[in-house]
Design a binder for this molecule. Structure first.
Ligand code: RB5
Length: 146
């Protein structure tokens, strides 16, 4: 049984999170929505840490985060050991974040994307595999400073 995909957002990403959580369910994924549950102002790091903790511990293989720019979520998520959270603003970045960087958290900048663009980026990210090879050592070196 595939592990559930945790998804989280702050108020700026809330509406798009609902759209992407539905999309994931329609694709057959089990979704764990860690919040937020409304457009009331909230702190992005709370949700970034929830999703990143699951991915970093291995309880989830991949996670999805949304905030206005994607930046706050990525700063917080990337503090977790083993988490490679990639802000992707188009399909090419999403594809390369998987092929070259083995990203395990997709971070979407909700203020810069339409729902259709976000769905396409999500699909690309889910469907793209890590290339391995020369990229393995490069990723290992990221962990060297930890
Ligand atoms: C919220 O206003 C906004 O600062 C947040 O969603 C995000 O863009 C932070 O990085």
């Amino acid at each position: 049984m595939p592990k559930p995909i945790p998804i989280g957002a702050d108020h700026a990403g809330f509406a798009m999170k609902q759209v992407l959580a539905d999309e994931l369910r329609q694709l057959g994924y089990q979704v764990e929505d860690v919040g937020t549950d409304s457009e009331a102002s909230t702190d992005y790091a709370d949700y970034a840490h929830k999703v990143a903790r699951e991915v970093g511990s291995g309880d989830a293989e991949r996670g999805v985060l949304l905030c206005g720019t994607g930046l706050g979520m990525s700063y917080a998520a990337n503090r977790h050991h083993g988490v490679r959270a990639a802000v992707a603003w188009n399909e090419e970045v999403a594809r390369l974040s998987r092929e070259h960087n083995d990203s395990n958290v997709l971070v979407l900048p909700s203020r810069c994307l339409s729902n259709d663009e976000a769905r396409s980026i999500l699909h690309t990210w889910l469907d793209t595999k890590f290339e391995g090879g020369r990229h393995v050592n490069r990723i290992r070196k990221i962990e060297e400073t930890e």
